[in-house]
Design a protein around this ligand. Structure first.
Ligand code: PGA
Length: 250
């Protein structure tokens, strides 16, 4: 198995001061990290995080969202072309906060995915069910729809290799309630099967209240290629601990 991928989704958090502190902590990992480290700060912080990351030589810097258009009269939007100009290597598409708060549909997310790939960005495409959907036994249906609609009609077969899937049950995000390993394995295996049906092999991350205490157990699973982490990725010492847990399974 390839090295685990540990992705920090900083959401709309982190001051400049906090970012500096984060990277002081991360220096400590330099020699020992045997995992991929990806960080998605707020878009406005990308250049400064890139600078720190460049000095360290280990961290991939990404964005949390982008427009489905390359340019034009779309006030307030971020173009994937501009992200590429800044050396951003990946973008998160389909996070549940985008789906719910900003009403982003699978159709829009598919358009974003296409434009992002066309502009040389790797994509973390997020899927996940709400608590109600899980309770109504709709988990697999929801995941299948999100996956198939989000990934359809991509221009080049090779584009698929630039996609990472993140399974994030909505009820586990920011709630402190992690899915059990059994639940994670079950959904990851289901996603893997769906992808295989399309001749695709893509890494699958788990996200939703991953922290320094539960990370090792999650990374121990062959179904889990890495983690997409919100709250526990903000402090350098926690991120270091997550990466150390991931490195055990390199
Ligand atoms: P959390 O967020 O780790 O704080 O639950 C995960 C995410 O939203 O990607």
């Amino acid at each position: 198995m390839a090295q685990r991928i540990v992705v920090g989704n900083w959401k709309m958090n982190q001051s400049l001061e906090a970012i500096k502190k984060f990277f002081v902590e991360i220096q400590k990992l330099k020699a020992s990290a045997k995992c991929e480290m990806w960080i998605a700060p707020q878009a406005i912080h990308v250049p400064i995080v890139k600078e720190f990351a460049f000095n360290l030589g280990l961290v991939q810097v990404g964005a949390q969202n982008c427009s489905d258009k390359e340019s034009g009269a779309f006030t307030g939007e971020t173009s994937p072309q501009a992200l590429n100009d800044l050396g951003v290597s990946f973008v998160i598409i389909g996070h549940s906060e985008r789906r719910t708060i900003f009403n982003e549909s699978n159709t829009l997310l598919n358009a974003k995915l296409q434009t992002a790939l066309k502009n040389g960005l790797n994509v973390i495409y997020c899927v996940g069910e709400t608590l109600t959907e899980r309770e109504q036994n709709k988990t697999f249906n929801v995941i299948e729809t999100q996956l198939m609609e989000g990934l359809k009609n991509l221009p080049q077969p090779n584009d698929y290799h630039n996609i990472v899937i993140a399974y994030e049950p909505v009820w586990a995000i920011g709630t402190g309630k992690t899915a059990t390993l059994k639940e994670v394995n079950e959904v990851h295996a289901f996603i893997r099967k769906l992808l295989k049906g399309q001749n695709l092999t893509l890494p699958i991350l788990y996200g939703g209240s991953v922290n320094t205490k539960n990370a090792q157990e999650l990374f121990s699973s062959n179904e889990v290629d890495g983690a997409l982490v919100g709250g526990a990725s903000l402090k350098g010492e926690d991120f270091v601990s997550l990466c150390q847990s991931a490195s055990i399974f390199a």
